[in-house]
Design a protein around this ligand. Structure first.
Ligand code: ADE
Length: 250
């Protein structure tokens, strides 16, 4: 089990039946370097440690019958309260429960989470959590997409990856993420690099011109074309926002 940092570093408190899954992918590359540099921290707890019966049961069959098992609210409750009690101030900490029934994760949510002091993520397994625990602790259900994973851990990793890369100092080039897909509202333009001739294929001539203004214009047009053809929903939202902004100016 890792310990929470004493200073006010953005912390992910994870409640899971599989603490050995962490940091996993988050221990590598950008997020991993940030973790090593203590730009964020990970505080993992095994939910089973909060079971009280002799078999350390964390789940039970659903009331009303049916398949699968449901995670017990008393066990989850003790785990959540243990984490909350360990914090000097739990008010600016988000409480997240990854679930396919939740609000869809997007860049806006990642940014909102990055502005908090941290997050408690309750990773469900089996059929999920008893509804009373979700309501009592006002857990925010967050989905990473319209498909079903076998547990909340994989979703927690995706959520955390989107957030920690936004924390100050994690991205080498601070402005890098401002150009990312979804930060501008458009998908990113195409990228090209060495070699200049690969299998007889050349990058667009303009990118070799050294003319920064023309390159920026080409990239903006390319981003708009890609967004319009691949994600008309995003393009419509972008155009509506742009329209509002010009109306504000008038
Ligand atoms: N748990 C299972 N499926 C999930 C999903 N799509 N998003 C978040 N958590 C999940």
């Amino acid at each position: 089990m890792t310990q929470a940092m004493p200073s006010k570093v953005w912390t992910a408190h994870l409640l899971t039946l599989f603490p050995e899954m962490f940091p996993g992918a988050l221990g590598h590359s950008l997020a991993g370097r940030g973790l090593k540099k203590q730009l964020w921290s990970l505080d993992c707890h095994n939910i089973r440690d909060f079971a009280t019966d002799k078999h350390a049961n964390v789940d039970a069959p659903p009331f009303g019958g049916g398949h699968g098992m449901v995670m017990r609210p008393d066990v989850i409750g003790r785990a959540i309260e243990h984490v909350q009690d360990s914090l000097p101030d739990s008010h600016n900490i988000a409480l997240v429960y990854p679930s396919p029934r939740g609000r869809l994760l997007d860049q806006k949510m990642a940014r909102q989470l990055s502005r908090k002091d941290g997050v408690v993520i309750v990773c469900g397994r089996y059929e999920g959590l008893d509804q009373r625990a979700i309501e009592h602790y006002q857990l925010e259900e967050v989905s990473i997409g319209d498909y079903v994973l076998s547990g909340g851990e994989q979703a927690a990793m995706v959520i955390l990856d989107t957030v920690v890369r936004l924390l100050p100092g994690v991205m080498g080039k601070e402005i890098g993420h401002l150009e990312d897909s979804f930060e501008t509202g458009l998908l990113e333009h195409h990228h090209y690099t060495q070699p200049r001739d690969w299998k007889g294929l050349e990058p667009p001539e303009i990118l070799l011109s050294g003319h920064h203004q023309n390159i920026a214009k080409w990239r903006a047009e390319n981003a708009a074309e890609i967004t319009a053809s691949r994600r008309p929903d995003l393009m419509a939202a972008y155009m509506a926002k742009k329209h509002l902004k010009t109306e504000d100016k008038d």
